[in-house]
Ligand binder design. Structure first.
Ligand SMILES: Nc1ncnc2c1ncn2[C@@H]1O[C@H](COP(=O)(O)OP(=O)(O)OP(=O)(O)O)[C@@H](O)[C@H]1O
Ligand SMILES: Nc1ccn([C@@H]2O[C@H](COP(=O)(O)O)[C@@H](O)[C@H]2O)c(=O)n1
Length: 204
C-alpha cells in the first residue's frame, strides 16, 4: 500500500515557506498546517491571560488561532521565546504529529517538521533567504499595521529570532539532512513557486 503524501517545509522567518507550502498543498489537494501559528497562539495567550506558556499551549482552539493579533510583530517574538521551552513543544507535539499522519496526507510548515514532527515525510524542503531580503518582505507586511516601524527594526528582530530558533536545545531550526534547499533570495513569488513545484516533483 502506498503511504499518504506528506510534505515538510522548514526555514527561517519570512523566507516564504508558508506561501510555498500553501500553494503546494492546493496543487496536491492536501490539508495544510502553519505550525508557527500554534507557537504564536501559545505566546500570545500566555501574555494576555498572564498564564504559564505550557498551560497556554493546551488551551489553543480555533477561536484563538483566528486572532489577528497573532500576525503582529510582538506575537512573532513571543512565539520564538515560548518555542524554546521544551514543555511547550511537547504540549504541541501530538496535535502536529496527528495532523501530519492523517490518512489524507498533509503539508506542514515550521522549523522542525522535517527533523522532529515528520522525519518520515515524503518530501522535505528547507526554504531560506538572506536576512535582509526576509526583513524587507516582513517589513512590507508589518508596516501596514504599524507605519512607524523601520526596516532596520525588523531586520534586528529577524536576526534575534534566527539566533534563538537555531541555538535552542529543543528542536532547533536546522535543515534535515535529506531536505532539498530552496534559497528564495533572488526569486520573486512566481519563480519561487515554480522552483518549489519542480523540487517536489523531483522527489515523487
Ligand atoms: N519569493 C518571494 N518574493 C517576494 N516576496 C515573497 C516571496 N515569498 C514570500 N513573499 C512574501 O513575503 C512575506 C512572508 O512570506 P511567508 O509568510 O510565506 O513567509 P514564512 O517563511 O512562512 O514566514 P513565517 O515563518 O514568519 O510564517 C509574505 O508577504 C509573502 O507574500
Ligand atoms: N515548527 C515550529 C514553528 C514555529 N516555531 C517558532 O514560532 C515562531 C513563529 O513562527 P512563524 O513561522 O509564525 O514565524 C518561530 O520564530 C519559532 O520560534 C517553532 O519553534 N517551531
Amino acid at each position: 500500500m502506498t503511504r499518504p503524501l506528506l510534505i515538510a517545509f522548514d526555514g527561517p522567518a519570512a523566507s516564504g515557506k508558508g506561501t510555498l507550502a500553501s500553494v503546494i498543498a492546493a496543487d496536491y489537494g492536501l490539508p495544510f498546517l502553519d505550525t508557527g501559528l500554534l507557537y504564536r497562539a501559545a505566546g500570545h495567550l500566555a501574555h494576555v491571560r498572564h498564564i504559564d506558556p505550557v498551560l497556554a499551549a493546551t488551551l489553543i482552539d480555533a477561536e484563538t488561532l483566528a486572532d489577528e493579533a497573532l500576525r503582529g510583530r510582538d506575537a512573532g517574538e513571543r512565539a520564538s521565546q515560548v518555542a524554546a521551552i521544551p514543555e511547550v513543544r511537547a504540549a504541541l507535539f501530538t496535535y502536529q504529529q496527528d495532523f501530519a499522519n492523517q490518512p489524507a496526507g498533509a503539508v506542514l510548515d515550521g522549523r522542525d517538521i522535517g527533523t522532529v514532527i515528520a522525519p518520515h515525510a515524503t518530501v522535505k524542503l528547507f526554504v531560506t533567504a538572506a536576512p535582509e531580503v526576509r526583513a524587507h518582505r516582513r517589513w512590507l507586511q508589518l508596516v501596514k499595521l504599524n507605519p512607524d516601524l523601520s526596516e532596520a527594526e525588523v531586520l534586528s528582530d529577524i536576526r534575534i529570532r534566527d539566533e534563538r530558533d537555531s541555538s535552542r536545545s529543543s528542536a532547533p531550526l536546522e535543515k534535515a539532512t535529506d531536505a532539498l534547499l530552496l534559497d528564495t533570495s533572488d526569486l520573486g513569488i512566481e519563480a519561487a513557486i515554480a522552483t518549489a513545484r519542480s523540487l517536489v516533483k523531483s522527489r515523487l
